[in-house]
Structures are given as structure tokens and as C-alpha cells.
Design a protein around this ligand. Structure first.
Ligand code: AMP
Length: 488
């Protein structure tokens, strides 16, 4: 199948050719004709499937072919997104796909001055990509009115609900014209999303290009079990042993992100961070530098999990599991995009067994477990299953002992299966899917609060100092660590 056979016009086809998009992805093959035909769409498309082009291309075509020019302080297409980063990314997609079409685009989000956004809205824009809060601010200040909105797009609708935007979304639904086209894209479909969809979509074309909540099959995923206090050392050990030189690293708390960035920086890696305490320009700069490979490691909280499109990212490391199971899908979806292969490694401690069980239930698979010699968990992580059960309760923490097993560390790809634990009684696990996830600050589990950054785990003898990687990871030409964080 070709893009031309989907009915796209010449300027769009030219732009796609320049981007070297040769064939439509499955979601594009289904969404493009439906959107061109003016239909409502409800699409369950996992991250990295090409869904942005799935709605942007046909909407650009409709903007060119239909309807009057936009008036001042109006928008014809309104795209709602959960995060500022995704707003920028979707805007870039519209700009790239719509080159030469003489249309106006704008991304509007909070955390930056509202005035330039108000100025740009004066002439009106054809496509406004916005986060819900800032959009309503602009509307309250009469910078944008909704009476010319022809199409409303909800991108990553599940994430918008997770982030607590339900009220803002309802306010937008009430303000836009009843006669409109509505497109709803969501990686996961919870009951809340289905209820919302039923209220705003009219006879939608239902598109599901893979099992909802599945993770991209090309991503190799496994778990390394470890005691909470040894996570930083294990992380540094794995990075050095495997010569991991370009990775997106997820940590649960902001303080944990800063801590790990310092440890990486001290060890000579070029590193930057993204979390909710950082101003938006600094976050975007960190992302740009990571994409340009000016930095090797980007350490982030879940703020960065959704929607970021980073080409050729081979590796995602979850130092902590996310509190909300769907965020696992989004985190690891940063790798293995557009058919590429990728690796996702999660460090899991006993406390996180319920989170692991919820993730496995969501993705409908039990993740393979590894142990790293010298870092075997004293507090065993109970077995879990793809039905969301914990097979065995965690044992009460024992006093640390000298670890069993060979002390010599070996590289991750050498994998040996973790010890199997005997099954006893099953225990259902509370599902975390769909819960609201505020980005924790200092509260909750912070694996970095008690541990020194470097050195061997207490009482263990790995024969290799963790946290002291060889010169390999250093950025060529100069002090890499300073290049990473010092200039912020
Ligand atoms: P998305 O799921 O929209 O974030 O897109 C994921 C990635 O796939 C982006 O890097 C797109 O540029 C890329 N992409 C989208 N559609 C195609 C296509 N038909 N052929 C090749 N790459 C694509």
C-alpha cells in the first residue's frame, strides 16, 4: 500500500518522500481515509506506531481543501495533548508534514510566558496544539475562541486523564461547536476513556492496530532483581559492564533523578535531566541535546515518558518501576519505535512486586528475571504472574548477610535465570492502572536517599568497583560530565 493510494494530495506526498516514509503504518492506513472522509475516530494505537501522521496528514489535507481561512483569535484544528514536550513534538510533525501548504501552526503550553502565544493567536492559526490548562487560560483572556473549530483531536487521552485534566477537558468539550469532527487517540483504553469517548464521539471508526496495552514486540525487556539500597550501585555497574553509552533512564522521584545525574556526572558521563522542577526551556534543551547525542544519558521522571520521539534510542533503563502500570508501556515505548529494535531493563526490588505484577497483567506477559552476581537481592522479589498475582509474599526483611553466589560480575547479556521461588498461596494485586500519578518530590520510595553514590554494595565483593566506569563513556574532546550538566 502507498500513501498515494490513501488519497493524499501531491504536496503531502512530496513531504513524505523527503522524510523517507515509504509505506503507511497500520494505524495510518486505517486512520487517514477515515479522517479524510470527515469521520470521528477512536484509535487504540500503541506508542511509536506513527499515529501523529495518522491524524496530521489527513487534517492538513482537509484544511487545504475545505473551509474558509481562519479569523483572528481562532483555530480550525485543536489538538489537545498532556505535556509540553508532546505539544512541541506534535507541532514539529505538523510543520514537517505541512511544508509548503501556507498554513499557520502554534503550540501553546504552560510554564512559559503566555504573551508570545497571545500575539501569535491574533492572526488566527489553522492548527493549535495545546495542553488543556494553558488552552483554557488563553480562552479566558479572549486570546482564542472556539467557534471555528472544525476538528478536535485528543492525543494520548489516557495520559490527560491520568494527569487530572478531566475537568479542563469537559470545559473544552462544552466550548467547541457540537458540529465537529473528533479524533481520540489513546495508548491504553480504561473504562474512564471509554466513558469519555462515548460522550464525545459520533459513530466513530474504531481503530485498533495492536492489542491495547501491549508493548512493542521488538523491544527486549527484562527485569534485574536487587535490594532497594543497592540500586544505584547496580545501575552504575550495569552501565559500565555493558558499556551502555546512550540511554534514557527513569527514576521515580525528582530528588532521585538529580542524585543519579550527579553520580553519572561524577563517573564521567555526559548527562542531563528532565523533571517537573525544571523550567520548560531547560527540559526542551535537555531533550534536544540528548537527541543530538551531545549528552549520553538523560535521567527523567515520568514527565518524559509520553510522546517523546527519539530516533534510534537503543535502551531504556527503569531504575524504579512507575507507580502507574501504563507508564511502563509509555516509558519503554521510547525505544523500539517505528519498527526498530530496542532494550528495556528494569531494576526491581521487593517493595515493587505489586507494581511489577500490575505491569505484567497490563502487558499480559511475565517479564524475564535476571540477577547480577554480587548484587543478588537479600530481600527476594516475590514471583509474579501475567494475571497480576503475586505468587509468594515477600519475606520479612532479614539482616544483611554476606551474599551467596560467585562474586565476579559479568555483563548483562550473559544473563542467567534468576532463582525460581517455590509457589505458595496466590495473592491478588491491586491494579494501579488508571490512577493519578503526581510526580513525587521527596515523598515515597527514594532508592537514593540512603546510599553513597559509589563503591561496592555493603558487604559485597564484586571484584569491580561499581560507579567507576572505564574511560569509554566519556564524551570525546573535553570533560564530558561538565558538558552535560554544568552549563545548565
Ligand atoms: P508517532 O507514533 O506518531 O510518535 O511516530 C513514531 C515515529 O515513526 C516517528 O519518528 C515518525 O517520524 C515515524 N514514522 C511515522 N510514520 C512513518 C512511516 N510511515 N514510515 C516511517 N516512519 C514513520
Amino acid at each position: 500500500m502507498s500513501f498515494a493510494s490513501l488519497g493524499l494530495i501531491e504536496p503531502l506526498l512530496r513531504n513524505l518522500q523527503n522524510l523517507n516514509y515509504q509505506t503507511p503504518t497500520p494505524v495510518q492506513a486505517k486512520a487517514i481515509p477515515a479522517v479524510l472522509g470527515g469521520k470521528d475516530v477512536m484509535a487504540a494505537a500503541q506508542t511509536g506506531t506513527g499515529k501523529t501522521a495518522g491524524f496530521a496528514l489527513p487534517l492538513l489535507q482537509r484544511l487545504v481543501q475545505h473551509g474558509p481561512a481562519v479569523s483572528s483569535n481562532r483555530a480550525r484544528v485543536l489538538v489537545l495533548v498532556p505535556t509540553r514536550e508532546l505539544a512541541e513534538q506534535v507541532l514539529q510533525s505538523f510543520i514537517e508534514y505541512g511544508k509548503g501548504l501556507d498554513l499557520r501552526f502554534l503550540a501553546a503550553y504552560g510554564g512559559v510566558s503566555i504573551n508570545p502565544q497571545m500575539m501569535k493567536l491574533r492572526k488566527g492559526v489553522d492548527v493549535l496544539v495545546a495542553t488543556p490548562g494553558r488552552l483554557l487560560d488563553l480562552n479566558r483572556q479572549n486570546a482564542v475562541q472556539f467557534d471555528q473549530v472544525q476538528t478536535l483531536v485528543l492525543d494520548e487521552a489516557d495520559r490527560m486523564l491520568d494527569l487530572g485534566f478531566a475537568r479542563e477537558l469537559n470545559a473544552v468539550f462544552e466550548a467547541v461547536p457540537a458540529q465537529r469532527q473528533t479524533l481520540l487517540f489513546s495508548a491504553t483504553f480504561t473504562d474512564d476513556i471509554r466513558t469519555m469517548a462515548a460522550g464525545i464521539l459520533r459513530n466513530p471508526v474504531d481503530i485498533s492496530v495492536s492489542a491495547p496495552n501491549a508493548t512493542a514486540s521488538k523491544i527486549k525487556q527484562w527485569v534485574v532483581t536487587v535490594d532497594k539500597k543497592n540500586k544505584p550501585d547496580l545501575f552504575m555497574h550495569l552501565v559500565a559492564e555493558n558499556k551502555w553509552e546512550h540511554a534514557l533512564v527513569f527514576v521515580k522521584t525528582r530528588s532521585g533523578v538529580d542524585y543519579l545525574a550527579t553520580v553519572l556526572d561524577d563517573a564521567g558521563y555526559a548527562v542531563d535531566t528532565i523533571h517537573g522542577d525544571k523550567p520548560q526551556p531547560a527540559r526542551l534543551r535537555a531533550l534536544e541535546r540528548f537527541k543530538a547525542r551531545e549528552i549520553q544519558m538523560l535521567v527523567a521522571t515520568d514527565v518524559a515518558a509520553r510522546g517523546l520521539d527519539i530516533d534510534d534510542l537503543p535502551l531504556v533503563i527503569n531504575v524504579d518501576l512507575p507507580i502507574v502500570a501504563q507508564d511502563y508501556v509509555h516509558r519503554i515505548g521510547r525505544t523500539g519505535r517505528a519498527g526498530a529494535s530496542g532494550v528495556a531493563v528494569s531494576l526491581v526490588c521487593a517493595d515493587e512486586a505489586p507494581l511489577l505484577a500490575a505491569i505484567e497483567a497490563l502487558i499480559r506477559q511475565t517479564l524475564r528475571r535476571e540477577e547480577e552476581p554480587g548484587f543478588e537481592a537479600e530481600h527476594r522479589v516475590p514471583q509474579t504472574s501475567a494475571t497480576g498475582e503475586i505468587i509468594k509474599k515477600p519475606k520479612k526483611p532479614k539482616k544483611p548477610k554476606v551474599p551467596q553466589g560467585a562474586p565476579a560480575a559479568k555483563p548483562m547479556p550473559g544473563k542467567k535465570p534468576a532463582a525460581q521461588h517455590g509457589a505458595s498461596k496466590s495473592k491478588p494485586v491491586a491494579k494501579h492502572a488508571g490512577a493519578t500519578v503526581p510526580e513525587p518530590s521527596l515523598g515515597g520510595f527514594n532508592p537514593f536517599s540512603t546510599q553513597k553514590p559509589r563503591g561496592k554494595p555493603a558487604g559485597k565483593s564484586t571484584g569491580k568497583p561499581a560507579g567507576k566506569p572505564a574511560a569509554g563513556p566519556r564524551k570525546p574532546g573535553g570533560k564530558p560530565a561538565g558538558g552535560g550538566r554544568g552549563k545548565r
